[in-house]
Ligand binder design. Structure first.
Ligand code: GDP
Ligand code: MG
Length: 232
């Protein structure tokens, strides 16, 4: 299967991908990130070269790079038995606003099953509003990419776990929402939507630094993949 790591910049995607790749192989699909990989998209597309060639700013160059990546399939490995961890750029608009990310995912799905891992930073989940905003992004990624998705809250080694655990407890979350404002029905609808669409319902608490929860992510990715069957 392809386990595709998506999420904002700096949340620890590459670190998580490398840890997960201890169970398989590491594919770097970030044309701006020089990193040691088993398969590296930079053999075909390098963002700094695209920037020069097309005279673009850094964001434009990244988008153009992903457009080029979406047209390639040289990097795709055929072996279905392999657990292939795919690291991606942190510019979420590639997946949410443009079709480049979706095209890349569709290309992978032609060859093997695809499961997504949405990685977020634990430091960003200190309030219920932020937690709900993360759920909303997760829902958008699910909708847009139409692939099963697991959410991982990374850098759990840096925060108070108890607080986040409160949000993950559905009953406690509802109690917290009761005290909220007019947005609570929207928020509840969102929680229902996520529970309805996510096969692994609770985000996993992990740390790429200590290794905590990495095996759980590996299992969860296989679980969603098995529940959804082969997408190809
Ligand atoms: N404390 C801690 N730092 C982490 C963890 N995961 C990543 N980092 C650090 O966060 C920074 C960004 O990580 P990186 O993997 O490059 O994030 P990316 O931009 O999402 O690929 C680096 O300095 C990492 O060492 C973690 O679980 N705990
Ligand atoms: Mg990275």
């Amino acid at each position: 299967m392809f386990a595709v790591i998506v999420g904002p910049a700096g949340v620890g995607k590459t670190s998580v991908a490398k840890k997960l790749a201890e169970y398989g192989i590491f594919i770097n699909l970030d044309p701006a990130s020089p990193t040691k990989a088993d398969v590296d998209i930079r053999n075909w597309v390098k963002t700094e070269e695209v920037q020069k060639k097309y005279k673009l700013g850094i964001n434009g160059a990244l988008l153009k790079s992903m457009e080029l990546v979406a047209s390639l399939d040289d990097w795709i490995l055929e072996d279905k038995n392999e657990f292939k961890v795919v690291d991606t750029p942190g510019q979420l608009e590639i997946f949410l606003y443009h079709d480049y990310g979706k095209k890349v995912i569709e290309k992978m799905a032609e060859h093997d099953a695809v499961a997504l891992l949405f990685v977020v930073d634990a430091a960003e989940i200190q309030t219920i509003e932020n937690y709900l905003a993360i759920l909303a992004q997760n829902a958008m990624i699910n909708l847009k990419l139409m692939a099963p998705c697991v959410t991982a809250i990374n850098k759990i080694d840096l925060v108070n776990k108890e607080k986040i655990m409160e949000f993950l407890d559905r009953k406690r979350l509802e109690e917290l929402l009761e005290k909220g404002d007019a947005l609570q029905s929207l928020a509840k609808g969102l929680v229902d939507y996520i529970e309805y669409t996510s096969l692994v319902q609770r985000p996993l608490l992990i740390s790429a630094k200590t290794g905590e929860g990495i095996y759980d992510v590996y299992s969860a990715l296989h679980e969603v993949h098995c529940s959804c069957g082969d997408l190809s």
